[in-house]
Design a binder for this molecule. Structure first.
Ligand code: CUA
Length: 367
């Protein structure tokens, strides 16, 4: 690792909030030192001053001092509140992802990191990002708990099975920085790492252009949606629409049959695919089968990206412009055919007993 950091023991400060974390950290050290040194000195001073000069001498009684007690209450109060305030500010900075961030999907797996850019480029254990650009990582894992840790960016977040977590950063210096897994995840945990390459924007564009013709997550999601999984047979607009409307829903509040309102975020979409009957949208029937066990985490990420794109959210400011709505609603009849095939395959695979919506579905389809 490069080591031209401002303190030789520390990793480089290479993100927009690295200095904040360091300042807070040094403030904590300063406070510790400022209390420890006087205490240790006082101990030695009292050793000498109050050593036993004559046997069984009774010392003078000490009565309370309002002044002293006020001071030793106020000083620790102020010190602890400044620590709290510093921590809270940094916490909010790091957890509230700016809306204009460029989104990159991350899937952890024993023992590797898989990244996918909005343009479709995939990377393993390497992540290329442009400098001075806000980057959002949307992360999940195929197996156990992992944790993305990039010391030079002073950022770190758990990657949790069954849900999406996010992390954002803005790299401020081109370079190569270590990426670690910071949660013990089995035999090769220590080897589960890689590098983040921070490139100037033009070099990044070159790198991105040189990646071959990968499907973007949105395209992959659209293919799963319209063909492989047959989601479109129910969710595409038009006469045969039985599933909840998906266009424009991302980020909005959804009213459920229970009267509850939920926000349509990544988590909600993922849950609706895997546990469809747990959150039924008002005005719809619980007829959707679960897709648990039939889609991988990477496919889920693609579906989420596609459904986000239906709301004009590409999570990326690069040149990929996709207008998937037209594709999904135009050729409805062919889609239903494909979906019927997919539906048959689904019921053949139906190993999950908790799929209450499965049985009425084929009859509905053939109506
Ligand atoms: Cu993955 Cu430790």
């Amino acid at each position: 690792m490069q080591s031209n950091s401002w303190v030789p023991l520390f990793p480089e400060q290479a993100s927009s909030f690295a200095w904040q974390v360091d300042y807070l950290y040094f403030y904590l050290i300063l406070v510790s030192v400022a209390f420890s040194i006087p205490i240790v000195l006082a101990i030695f001073y009292f050793f000498v001053k109050y050593r036993e000069k004559e046997k069984y001498a009774t010392p003078d009684e000490i009565h309370g001092s309002i002044m002293l007690e006020t001071v030793w209450s106020i000083i620790p109060f102020v010190v602890s509140m400044t620590i709290f305030l510093g921590g809270a500010i940094i916490f909010y900075n790091q957890t509230r992802v700016p809306a204009e961030s460029m989104e990159i999907y991350v899937v952890g797996k024993q023992w590797m990191w898989k990244f996918q850019h909005g343009t479709g480029q995939r990377e393993i254990n390497e992540l290329h990002v442009p400098v001075n650009r806000k980057i959002k990582l949307t992360m999940t894992t195929e197996d156990v708990l992992h944790d993305v840790y990039i010391p030079a960016f002073r950022t770190k977040a758990d990657v949790v099975p069954g849900r999406y977590t996010t992390l954002w950063f803005e790299a401020t210096k081109p370079g190569k920085y270590h990426l670690y897994c910071a949660e013990y995840c089995g035999l090769n945990h220590s080897g589960m790492g890689g590098w983040v390459y921070v490139l100037p924007q033009d070099e990044f564009d070159n790198w991105l252009a040189g990646g071959g013709s990968n499907q973007t997550p949105v395209e992959a999601g659209r293919e799963l949606f319209t063909n492989k999984l047959g989601c479109a047979s129910c969710h595409a607009g038009g006469e045969s629409q039985r599933g909840a409307k998906l266009e424009g829903i991302f980020g909005t509040d959804i009213k459920l049959t229970t009267g509850q309102t939920v926000k349509a975020d990544e988590e909600y979409i993922r849950n609706s695919i895997l546990n469809p009957t747990s959150q039924i949208v008002e005005g719809y029937q619980p007829i959707m089968p679960t897709f648990k066990g039939q889609v991988t985490e990477e496919q889920l990420v693609a579906l989420v990206a596609y459904i986000k794109s239906l709301s004009g959210n590409t999570g990326n400011t690069s040149s990929t412009s996709t207008t998937p709505t037209s594709t999904s609603s135009s050729s409805n009849s062919t889609m239903t055919n494909t979906a019927n095939r997919a539906g048959n395959t689904n019921s053949g695979l139906s190993s999950n007993p908790n799929a209450p919506g499965r049985s009425p579905e084929p009859t509905n389809r053939n109506r």
